[in-house]
Write a protein that binds this ligand. Structure first.
Ligand SMILES: N[C@@H](CCC(=O)N[C@@H](CS)C(=O)NCC(=O)O)C(=O)O
Length: 239
């Protein structure tokens, strides 16, 4: 491989923004190396490279560092035609707004999962249900966000459904129960092979371990689940 265009993704194993990038990289069959770091112990070389000290970053060759998952996803899409992002300026703007929307959903979903206070947990659940309704409305008469065809914006929502699937056995309620379109959308996204290869084999295991070890509301409301047989490990990455 020409070293100028070698791609190295720096990621954290349970980071949903890294999952978005990994999913599109797998979908587009990009060759890349991956370096995992721990958020609690960020190495110096990473702190020097990542302007906001966040993952994901994509190192291209030896000089260029892309940061922010949205920018990285668009770059990957651009260099691997056919593009999944629309050429139409208005559609592009609408899509980019949904990139942001997905980030808000993901941020709140992770806060919900790792929440320690019952009251906040309920507020987050309500916030999520309200915003899932918005997504369900967007999907009216559509299979994907932009119609019948998969487009780049859809990849932003893969982590949401991976997480919701993982939570199914332990959630006190099905947050998607009134949103049939959204359920179907989630099934379409999570059944793509790239959304299986786009995360580490032990993603679910690490998440469940975190939920338990932090003594979260989710754990406290369902300790039997966590103290029984371990959730089965998924073996997706690199398959
Ligand atoms: N808007 C950023 C969000 C990335 C982000 O928040 N990443 C988290 C990990 S999931 C991070 O690196 N946080 C820094 C920290 O925890 O110190 C993106 O889309 O790339």
């Amino acid at each position: 491989m020409d070293k100028r265009f070698k791609h190295t993704l720096v990621a954290f194993k349970i980071c949903p923004y890294c999952m978005k990038v990994l999913t599109i990289m797998c979908h587009k069959n990009i060759k890349f190396e991956i370096k995992f770091i721990e958020m609690s112990n960020k190495p110096d070389w990473f702190l020097k490279l990542s302007p906001l000290e966040r993952v994901p970053i994509l190192i291209i060759g030896e000089e260029v560092v892309l940061f922010e998952s949205a920018a990285i996803m668009e770059y990957i899409d651009e260099i691997t035609p056919p593009k999944l992002m629309s050429e139409d300026p208005m559609q592009k703007a609408l899509d980019r707004a949904k990139f942001e929307y997905s980030n808000e959903i993901i941020k709140n979903l992770y806060q919900f999962i790792f929440c320690l206070e019952q009251e906040k947990f309920i507020k987050l659940k309500e916030w999520l249900i309200k915003h899932f309704k918005q997504m369900d409305d967007w999907l009216k008469d559509k299979k994907y966000m932009n119609g019948t065809e998969l487009s780049l914006v859809d990849f932003n929502f893969v982590p949401v459904f991976v997480v919701l699937n993982m939570l199914k056995p332990i959630l006190p309620c099905d947050m998607l129960k009134d949103y049939k379109r959204l359920q179907n959308y989630g099934d379409s996204l999570t059944s793509m092979s790239c959304s299986k290869t786009g995360r580490v084999p032990d993603y679910e295991f690490l998440m469940m371990d975190g939920i338990k070890n932090k003594n979260t509301v989710l754990f406290r409301s369902n300790p039997c689940y966590f103290n029984g047989p371990k959730p089965s490990r998924c073996c997706f990455f690199g398959k």
